[in-house]
Each structure stands twice: as structure tokens, then as C-alpha cells.
Design a protein around this ligand. Structure first.
Ligand code: ADP
Length: 362
């Protein structure tokens, strides 16, 4: 067609500080005519993306998140979710070029800081123009879209501190306003959402997922997020932190502070003797607990300030990270005396990418 985008596979990209999220819409209602007139390059790209789940050394398709029979701009098809480290952008562009992308005159929807940072590289290396969209507009649009398409999207953790009774429970988010979004990526942004087109960014902190991973690598010598989480799973943060009971010998009853509450994160690590006894696992766990509780505390204060009781935690920091989700669930409930609820979404890190794909031609 005249619109070069029509000939283009449908992509939405969210190029973040740590990870590049790529959402690909594969139309499944293609007519015979369409298939026959589709150019070879596009066929190959579709085959390559949908037949594999790993791309190069660092690209992954999250097959468990795939969504079939979704409708976008009147077309029915499948949404695929792909991610790779933003540091691999050079290799990604080289691969896209090798697959023939540069021979198409195309526009791709993009959001996140990388949509600005890498704009020239996309033009120069793969002849692709970026249609840029704001990351928070995209995040919220993507979130509402996915939530409406997938009845199992939203959940909370019941009994988060009880190993045996703890469980994910589906949550009906069809009547959402007002709510708070806490997006935990490399850094953290907090948005207060009052209606479909009514939100503001109320707060943020630079102490986020990137901080967890950076500190964990420094302290344990680990080299990936997955490794950091695995270490944390086997660790005990009470070997690292100073607890209320380490100071009081028990609870601080007058102000209702239980003995096993962290009074000082990493507060034991001034002691040479204690340092010689902690494991890498303990250090990873303490780092995870420190970062997560700090975010939980900021989230709770923002919710209080905004008079909001439902807090939606998203972002890739929560990927394969039940420890952090349960901690947030417990902390929100405990410190709000049961008035606030922590909610989570299955496609936690992909809403920006979905949202910018939706906005094209809107
Ligand atoms: P951004 O847009 O800033 O890249 P994301 O929502 O993608 O933010 O989250 C990035 C964070 O997710 C990282 O800081 C890290 O804590 C966590 N993370 C989860 N999986 C990975 C991974 N495979 N590689 C790197 N970081 C990961």
C-alpha cells in the first residue's frame, strides 16, 4: 500500500536503560492474496522470529507470555514478546541488517530513552525510521490493552510470608481507578492514574532494579540478573542486616516494632568478624531485601499522599523474582494496616512496547 507501514511487520520497541523489549504482532487472518504478495524478506523475518525462541547469544522470546487471537487495528493475530540487553543494540542492528531489513523502507514504533539515543543508528544501519512515543503514555495504554485482553493478567499474593499457604490469586482489575503504578526498571517511576487519559508522575527513585543488579555484581561477583536472583534465593539477610532484636534483644514493643524487623540494612557489615561469616547468597539476599523494601516504602508514602489504596508493581525487576513480589505484598499490607493492596501483572516488563505499537496511526 501507500502507507509503508502496511507492508511492515508490526513491531513495538521499548528501548530501556537495561533491556530492550520488542513486541511483534503476527497477523493470523492473512488472506491468500496477501500471503502471495508478501515480499520474501517479510516472510523470512516472520519465520525467523516465530520459529525460534533464542536470537543470537542474548535475545530471548518469552514464549510463556505469548498471546493468541488478539485484535490490533482490526487485525487478528498473535503477540510475541522478545527481549535483549540494550548493550547488545549494535549486534541487534547487525542481525536485522543481515535479515534484509535495510531493503525495506520502514517505520518502527519506539519508546524509552533508547528511541532517542539510537535513532541515528536505526537510520544508518537498517534504514528504519523510528516513530517515537512517550514512555509513560505507552506504558499505560499497553497496560490497559493487555489487561482487557487477558482475564488472568492481574494478580496478588495471598499469605506472602507463609511458605506453604502463599499463592498467586487472580484479581479483577476491570474497575481500576484510581491506582498507583510503580514501574521498577533500571530506576523507579511512580505514576498516579485517575482515568484512561489522566495520570501524573508523582515520584521516582534512582535506587531500582539497576541498583540491585549493580550492587549484587559488586558484592558477589555474579554476572547476570538470573544468577543474582538464584543466589538471593539461598541466602539469609539476617546475617547481613541489623535487626530490631539485635539492638533491643527482642521487640520494641512501645512502637510496635517486631524483633525480626530490619533496623539497619547491611548494619552488621561494619564488623570484620561478621563479614568473614557471610556467604555470597546472604549478600545477594540482603541486597534484594534492601532495594525492595526501600521501593515498597516509597510506594506506600506515595499511595498515602495520593489517597490511593491499590498499587500496581510492574517492570522487569519483578521478572522471575517472587521474593521481591512477596516482600512488596507483605510490606504494603503490614505498614498500611491492611488498607493497601499490592497488585502485579503477568506481562510486567512489556507494557511500554505494546503501548507504542498500539499508538501508531491512532
Ligand atoms: P529499563 O527499561 O530501565 O531497561 P526494565 O523494566 O526492562 O527497565 O527492567 C530492568 C531491570 O530488570 C534490571 O535493572 C534488572 O534488575 C531486571 N532484569 C530482569 N531480567 C533481566 C535480564 N535478563 N538482564 C538484565 N536485567 C534484568
Amino acid at each position: 500500500g501507500d502507507n509503508p507501514f502496511e507492508a511492515m511487520p508490526w513491531f513495538g520497541m521499548d528501548i530501556g536503560g537495561s533491556l530492550c523489549k520488542l513486541v511483534y504482532f503476527e497477523p493470523k487472518d492473512t488472506t491468500k492474496d496477501e500471503l502471495e504478495s508478501e515480499i520474501e524478506v517479510l516472510k523470512n523475518i516472520r519465520r525467523y522470529l516465530t520459529k525460534n525462541s533464542a536470537y543470537g547469544k542474548t535475545g530471548h522470546r518469552d514464549t510463556h507470555l505469548q498471546m493468541d487471537n488478539v485484535v490490533i487495528r482490526g487485525r487478528k493475530g498473535t503477540l510475541h514478546f522478545i527481549r535483549f540487553p540494550t548493550s547488545e543494540m549494535g549486534n541487534f542492528l547487525a542481525l536485522a541488517r543481515m535479515k534484509g531489513m535495510a531493503n525495506l523502507v520502514t517505520t518502527v514504533c519506539a519508546t524509552g530513552g533508547g528511541a532517542y539515543k539510537f535513532e541515528e543508528n536505526f537510520i544508518r544501519e537498517v534504514n528504519m525510521k523510528l516513530a517515537k512515543f512517550d514512555e509513560f503514555d505507552s506504558l499505560i495504554k499497553g497496560m490497559h490493552y493487555i489487561e482487557a485482553q487477558n482475564s488472568d493478567e492481574c494478580y496478588y499474593w495471598a499469605n506472602p510470608t507463609d511458605e506453604t499457604r502463599c499463592a498467586k490469586v487472580n484479581y479483577d482489575f476491570s474497575n481500576p481507578y484510581p491506582f498507583l503504578i510503580v514501574n521498577i526498571g533500571s530506576g523507579v517511576s511512580v505514576l498516579s492514574v485517575n482515568g484512561p487519559n489522566n495520570y501524573k508522575r508523582v515520584s521516582g527513585t534512582s535506587i531500582g532494579g539497576g541498583t540491585f543488579l549493580g550492587l549484587c555484581c559488586l558484592l558477589t561477583g555474579c554476572n547476570s540478573f538470573e544468577e543474582a536472583i538464584e543466589l538471593a534465593t539461598g541466602g539469609d539477610h539476617t546475617h547481613v542486616d541489623k535487626l530490631v532484636r539485635d539492638i533491643y534483644g527482642g521487640d520494641y514493643e512501645r512502637f510496635g516494632l517486631p524483633g525480626d524487623l530490619v533496623a539497619s540494612s547491611f548494619g552488621q557489615m561494619n564488623s570484620r568478624d561478621r563479614r568473614s561469616k557471610v556467604s555470597r547468597e546472604d549478600l545477594a539476599k540482603a541486597t534484594l531485601v534492601t532495594i525492595t523494601n526501600n521501593i515498597g516504602s516509597i510506594a506506600r508514602m506515595c499511595a498515602q499522599q495520593e489517597k490511593i489504596d491499590r498499587v500496581l508493581f510492574i517492570g522487569n525487576f519483578l521478572r522471575v523474582n517472587p521474593i521481591a513480589m512477596k516482600l512488596l505484598a507483605y510490606a504494603m499490607d503490614y505498614w498500611s494496616k491492611g488498607t493497601m493492596k499490592a497488585l502485579f501483572l503477568e506481562h510486567e516488563g512489556y507494557f511500554g512496547a505494546v503501548g507504542c505499537l498500539l499508538q501508531f496511526n491512532e
